[in-house]
Design a binder for this molecule. Structure first.
Ligand SMILES: C[S@@+](CC[C@H](N)C(=O)[O-])C[C@H]1O[C@@H](n2cnc3c(N)ncnc32)[C@H](O)[C@@H]1O
Length: 343
């Protein structure tokens, strides 16, 4: 496997950082943590895969929305995320540790240069340390006043969804800029063609994001659904929890990479709904939706239903055929298709 460009850049500096604790904030899930040789390494992340990787290596790791460490002394190294507002959210967290050294690293294709420009416009003091392999490393002066400068950035967005739902989306969450047209189409399809047959419909919203799909089902057909929402992103899970709390709905929210933490739901589901993820970092990643669809029948009861929406260019039909042997297209637009398959 080629060396991750961020690993390559960081390897040039590790020797200088050995005398202080090194805290990795938001490392991307494909970063090789085992290549970061350091005696006091820890990880703080909102990505379940990074948390699992860090724990597997025996590192001290915190996963948001579980409590974050009260203090992080030493060097806080922030991996600038693809969503800029999520980067600001992290910087505001870093302001809670004003005595630590702050570093930001990122890939050009992940938007680090634009982030630096935006921070400079806000008069945030930055000092360039290195640039190599299409990555940049800068030092940022962390002070309590920085939190004030960043006050308008990295905020939770609240917007109104279908049936008057109030949706809460933390920075970096899928629908932070509003409801997705694919999710909207899935809701239209369910509204038109889904018939809740029983009173307790055990439902999984896989990749729940801000909680939209599950919350809508529960609002539209009250007292019928027992809902589990899962997501690999802790920011999504925190958003969904807020959405549910503000709409007086109840659900269980679990961190999981597709089905990897959901064994207890095997053979238990009446309904699986998803607008499946098809991106990991910058890249289109067919593996996620493929895993979801091929494993879905194992999690459904006999006659349980799977409803998913996808961009028309994605090859979901062949996997649905493989997994279920049959499926129907419930609704289609020029861009999206809603599929229904039954076990
Ligand atoms: C297309 S968004 C849909 C979000 C939400 N259901 C909606 O309709 O607004 C896909 C979601 O899948 C999540 N996701 C990405 N990779 C995942 C993985 N490996 N396992 C579980 N969820 C994942 C993303 O964080 C995102 O919230």
């Amino acid at each position: 496997m080629p060396i991750h460009p961020l690993n390559a850049l960081l390897s040039r500096h590790l020797a200088d950082w050995q005398t202080q604790p090194l805290n990795l904030l938001a490392p991307p899930p494909d970063l090789a943590l085992d290549a970061i040789q350091h005696p006091q390494l820890s990880c703080v992340t909102t990505d379940w895969r990074s948390h699992c990787q860090a724990q597997h290596l025996g590192l001290n790791s915190s996963f948001f929305p579980d409590a974050l460490p009260a203090d992080l002394a030493g060097i806080n190294l922030l991996f600038w995320p693809k969503a800029h507002q999520e980067g600001f959210w992290w910087l505001k967290k870093m302001c809670g540790f004003p005595h630590a050294t702050g570093l930001i690293v990122g890939e050009n294709r992940g938007g680090i240069k634009a982030a630096i420009k935006q921070l400079s416009r806000l008069d945030v003091a930055l000092e360039k340390i290195d640039a190599a392999r299409h990555c940049v490393l800068v030092e940022i002066k962390i002070s309590e006043s920085l939190a004030g400068v960043l006050a308008q950035e990295g905020r939770t967005q609240v917007f109104t969804g279908p049936d008057g739902l109030q949706l809460h989306a933390l920075p970096g969450t899928f629908s932070q800029k509003g409801m997705d047209a694919g999710s909207e189409l899935l809701i239209d399809a369910l509204r038109q063609a889904y018939q809740p047959a029983k009173t307790r419909i055990n439902t999984l919203d896989l990749g729940c994001g801000c909680g939209l799909l599950g919350a809508w089902l529960m609002r539209h057909w009250p007292n019928r659904f027992e809902l589990t929402g899962s997501d690999v992103s802790g920011l999504a899970l925190a958003s969904a929890q807020q959405t549910f709390a503000h709409n007086q709905l109840e659900g269980v929210f679990l961190a999981s990479d597709i089905f990897d933490q959901l064994d207890h739901l095997k053979g238990q589901l009446d309904l699986l709904i998803s607008n499946p993820p098809f991106h990991t970092g910058q890249a289109t990643d067919y593996d996620l939706a493929q895993r979801l669809i091929l494993q879905a029948p194992q999690y459904l009861k006999k006659d349980g239903e799977c409803w998913i929406v996808a961009n028309r260019f994605l090859p979901y039909a062949q996997w649905l055929d493989q997994a279920f042997g049959h499926f129907t297209k419930v609704l289609e637009t020029g861009k999206f298709t809603v599929y229904r398959a039954q076990r």
